[in-house]
Design a protein around this ligand. Sequence first.
Ligand code: GLA
Length: 420
Amino acid sequence: MLNNKTSAFTFRLQNYLVKGILIILSSFFSFSIFAQKNESLAKTPPMGWNSWNKFQTSINEDLIKGIADSMIKDGYKDAGYTYIILDDGWMSMQRNKQGDLVPDPQKFPSGLKALSDYIHSKGLKFGIYNCAGDKTCAGYPGSHTYENQDAKMYAQWGVDYLKYDWCNTKDLKTQDAYTIMGNAILATKRPMVFSLCEWGISAPWAWAGNIAQLWRTSGDIYPCFDCEKRYETWSAWGIMKIVNMHQDIRKYAGPGHWNDPDMLEVGNGMSPAEDRSHFALWCMMSAPLIMGHDIRNASSETVSILTNKAVIAIDQDSLGVQAFRAYQKDSIDVWAKPLANKDWALCFVNTSSQTKDLNFEWHLNPIIDKDFDYTLNLTGVILAIKDLYNNKIIGLTKKPLKASIAPHDVLIVRLIKTKE
Ligand code: GLA
C-alpha cells in the first residue's frame, strides 16, 4: 500500500517536473506544440468598434474618445459592444532607442495609457493593432523579433485585444509567427483577445483554435452587396462574396474560437436593406461584430440595425453554432442556425434586384444540420415565427411562411415554442 502510494507520488512528481521543464523551454523557444491561449475569453463572438473601415490611418485621441462616448450615449454598449480597437496608423514611424513602439505624438499627445484609462473608465475595453512582419500594411513598425517587448508594452497600456496582421512577412510561416505572438501575450499574464488577420491564406481555422480567439477568413471587406473592388495587387470583397468564401468552414467555429469574415460595413454607404442583410448574415454566421462606421454621426436607421438585441442574440447565442445555407432557390438564400434553447434562427436573403415573394413550405424544406447533428423537428410541434427586425410574430409553422422581400433585403426570424 505504502509502496503504491509512494510510487504514485513519485510518478506525479516526475510528471510535474517534465511538464514544468517543457513549459519553461517552450516559452524560450515558442514551440508551436505548446501554444495555448486564455480559454476564458470570447465565449461568444467579440463585439466592438475598429477604426479602419471608416478612418484608415486618420485617427487621433479626440476621435477615439468621441467614439467611446457614443458607445454609451447611443446604446451600443448596452447592446453588447465592448472593444474599441485602434487599427493601423497609431504609431510613430520609428521605434525609440530602447526599441519600444511609440504612439504618434501628434495623434495621441496624451499617450495610449491615458486613452486606455479613458476607455476603461467607461466600462469598455481597449484593443490595438500590429503586424507579424517588419512593417504593418500601412508601413509602420511591425512586431517581427519584437514580439515579447511589444506584448509587455501592450500589457502596460492595459490592452485587452490584439489584432495581428500579415503584411511584410517575407518568408515567415503563419503558424510559427502567430504562435510566437500568442505566447508573448500569454507571458504578460494580461488577458487579451488574439485576433489573427492573415486573410485565410493558410487556412487558420485548421490550426489557430488553440492560440487565437478569432481569425480572418478572407481578404478585406468592401461596402457593397456583391462586388469585387480591385486594387493594384489585391481585391476587397462585397458582403455576398465574403459570405460565399466563408460558408464551408463552419465546423471550425465555436465558443472561444471564431471564423471572422471581417469587420462590419453597416452605416458605410450601402442601402438600409443591404445593411440589414449584412448584419443579419454576420449574426447568423456567429461572426465577431466589430463595427466600422463613424458611430458619432450615425443615422437612426444604422443605430437601430446595429443595436437590435433580438438579432444580436442570434450572434451571441451560447451554443455558438455558425449557420449553414440550407437552400438557395429563386434568388432567395435560406440560412439556418440552431440555438442553445432549442429554438432556431432562419434568415431569408433576397440576393436579386427584384422584390421576391417567399412561400416557404416547411414539410418540403426540412432543416437538417449535418455538421453538428441538429434537426428542426416540426412533427407534432407548432412553432411561432418571430420577425426579429420588426419584432412581431408573423405566423406559425403549421402554415407556409409567406412574405415579400425587397431587393437585397432580408427576413430574419426566430422559431419559438408555442403552446398551441
Ligand atoms: C489589412 C487588414 C485590414 C486593416 C489594414 C491596415 O488590409 O486586412 O483589416 O487592418 O491591413 O493596414
